[in-house]
Design a protein around this ligand. Structure first.
Ligand SMILES: C[S@@+](CC[C@H](N)C(=O)[O-])C[C@H]1O[C@@H](n2cnc3c(N)ncnc32)[C@H](O)[C@@H]1O
Length: 269
């Protein structure tokens, strides 16, 4: 990346997962010290007008483990409060990236009360440059009023001088990646999806403020980049650290790092 206004990230943040609340930890990260943010927040799934997440049938999610929810977070805020919270998080993410930086912010649209709830209210006013469609396998749709949803979105929210890595602009904006099956976290990223994002940029310092099982960290390490993560749940953060440690200890063997024999695998289920 060419020299521009940016700060150096202190060594103490590099390749670390900070355990705690996103809005308590983000202010510790200096302005313009991060190249790229890749993240998927909790979707507020339990605050729903009834898509199966409440009745326990599983709704649109084929990964039924999300019905049980997260270990330390109920994912059920009044909608307006949730939107305000996410906008505060986006403000913090925008603050920590510099003028060549960008956010890849993954979210899911859904039907609420018979109407599409896209996430425009969250991203309105932020510099959304593109919406990438992540096509994933469909689950089961219990609602006869609409087609089975099969995609999530990734908002590319970019600062003014953000550019993709050379030739990455030849890649289309609809990406097909299967859901991650071998991960006890209820809503993990597929590793390959995050590698696609990372390899599409020249970013060196990558932040995931909702890092969960540490997929962004593993993908960053696998691609020779530096990560910082934030995670509320101590159990998920410890599991993420276990995966990263296994990756390093096996001389970067990714299959070993994502195996289900890790000590905490059953704990976070
Ligand atoms: C959609 S998951 C992210 C999963 C992650 N992408 C992965 O690959 O495992 C959202 C994560 O946000 C965490 N979380 C919820 N509230 C939080 C908060 N206030 N601060 C930090 N993390 C939070 C949850 O514990 C959960 O692990």
């Amino acid at each position: 990346m060419k020299e521009q206004k940016r700060a150096t990230l202190p060594e103490s943040f590099k390749n670390k997962i900070l355990v705690g609340d996103v809005l308590e930890n983000m202010p510790l990260i200096p302005d313009e010290s991060v190249d790229l943010v890749i993240t998927s927040p909790p979707y507020n799934l339990k605050n729903s007008t009834g898509n199966g997440m409440k009745n326990g049938k599983g709704g649109k999610w084929s990964n039924a483990s999300l019905i049980k929810g997260y270990i330390d977070y109920d994912d059920c805020m009044p909608h307006a409060e949730y939107v305000a919270w996410q906008r505060q998080c986006l403000d913090q993410m925008m603050r920590v990236i510099h003028d060549e930086g960008a956010l890849f912010y993954n979210h899911k649209w859904r039907v609420q009360g018979g109407l599409l709830q896209d996430r425009h209210d969250i991203v309105a006013g932020f510099p959304v440059r593109q919406i990438i469609i992540w096509r994933r396998a469909g689950g089961i749709n219990f609602n006869p009023g609409y087609f089975l949803p099969t995609y999530e979105v990734i908002y590319l929210i970019a600062k003014k001088d953000f550019k993709l890595a050379p030739k990455a602009n030849a890649v289309g904006d609809v990406w097909e990646f299967p859901q991650e099956m071998n991960n006890p976290h209820p809503a993990p990223f597929p590793l390959a999806l995050i590698e696609r994002i990372i390899q599409s940029t020249v970013a060196e310092i990558i932040l995931d403020p909702f890092i969960g099982s540490g997929t962004t960290a593993l993908a960053a390490k696998k691609n020779g980049r530096t990560y910082i993560g934030i995670e509320l749940s101590k159990d998920y953060a410890t599991y993420a650290e276990e995966r990263i440690r296994r990756y390093t200890e096996t001389s970067n063997n990714i299959e070993e790092a994502v195996k289900d024999d890790l000590p905490l695998y059953k704990t976070v289920l």
